[in-house]
Each structure stands twice: as C-alpha cells, then as structure tokens.
Design a protein around this ligand. Sequence first.
Ligand code: PEP
Length: 251
Amino acid sequence: MRKPIIAGNWKMNKTASEAKAFAEAVKNAIPSNDAVDSVIGAPALFLETLVTEAKGTDLKIAAQNSYWENEGAFTGETSPAALADLGVDYVIIGHSERREYFHETDQEINKKAKAIFANNMTPILCCGESLETYEANQTADWIETQITAGLEGLTAEQVSAMVIAYEPIWAIGTGKSADATIADTICGVVRQTVEKLYGKEVSEAVRIQYGGSVKPENIAEYMAKENVDGALVGGASLQADSFLALLDAVK
Ligand code: PEP
C-alpha cells in the first residue's frame, strides 16, 4: 500500500508574516504521518520559518525549486545543500511554470533530481502536457518522454522513494480539473513508464500525484483511483482551513 501524499504549492504567494500565521493555524491539526504525508511547498524566503514552526509536528516542508550545484558562482540560485541544512524534506522540480517561464529543460530537471537525492531530500518531479498536446491525443507519448528524461541515471531505490506529479497544464489554476478517470489513466502511463524503466516493484512503490484545480470538494474522486496516490495543490493550499480539509479528506 502506498501512503497518500498531499502537497501544497503556494507558488509566489504570501509574505513572511502570512506564512507564519498559516503554520500557526495548521500545525496542531496536521494528521498523523502514519496515514498521510502532509507537505507545504513555499517560497525559499519562508522555508526557515516554516521548518521552525513545523518542528515536532507531522507537517513537512518543500522548496519549489533548487539549483543542481551545492555552491559557487550562480547568482540568485538556491543551493540544495543549503535547503537540506535548513531541514527541508522535499523539493518540487519541473513544475510547468518553471518549464514555461524559466525555460527549464528535462536535462536540467534531471540534474536537480540527482542533486536533491545527493542531499538526502525527496524530489517531487512534475510532468504534464499542454492543451494542444492533449487535444492532439499525444499525452501518453509526451509524458513517457518527460518521465524517461527526468529519471535518467536515477537508481531503482531513488525512484521507489520519490514522488511524481502529473499536472496537465490546461488544468493548473484554471478551475478546469481533469476528469478523475483521465487523471488515473495518465498517472497509469507514468507508472507504466517507470515499470518499463525499472520493473514492477519500483513502479508499485513510486507515489504519483494528480495536480490541477484540486480542492476539498473534488479530492476524494481522485484519491479513489488506483494510480493516484495524492495531490499537488496550488490555489486550494493557500488557506489554512482549505489545506486542512484536503488532508482530512484523505487521512
Ligand atoms: C499547481 O500549482 O501545481 C497547481 C496544481 O495549481 P492549482 O491547484 O491552483 O491548479
């Protein structure tokens, strides 16, 4: 049995005081991590505050990006070693907004995955297709290509331990969530790709999230599906009551 994992992605939202207020509001209500892994992905500026607030609770903190080198002349980048030192557990990589606006490639995302593992954190590797690709019926091929490139050179042990998020770009922040059957089918494509590359045991261990306009009202539909082990949630993770309602729905 794979343990569900719900991860909020705040994107570039909140101030430090708002982030602290959120943590104070949720920290005593986080369900046991025997039942669900609860994660907040916050801007790098607030990670230290959130890690401090989350100490002693089952809330885990994710960065939304990192560089692949631990140190050096890379002005403006965030070191994975520094994230690990802060107590960050997860790093979201390859989000479609990073791919689109910051031109991140599969090869760069793969280097980030390796650096995150090298620093004993867990990557949440995002994949997903555009509306054009979806309408051209090319989603499965697109996802297989992204996953194959994103996992290149990772060990079976690493892939078993990581999280992959399937997020159709046309469903992110649009309120137009993918039908749960479609989400299950494409999360299944991710799993089959992992099976092709690493075998059945690894494909049955890796956790796969759906992301795209998930909210407390629709999360149960996704979680009921065989290949969906959790959700990566943007808008509905910003308010404490809504984030707790998402966790409540799966615990
Ligand atoms: C996301 O940010 O990854 C996301 C899925 O956003 P939303 O839930 O707002 O669609």
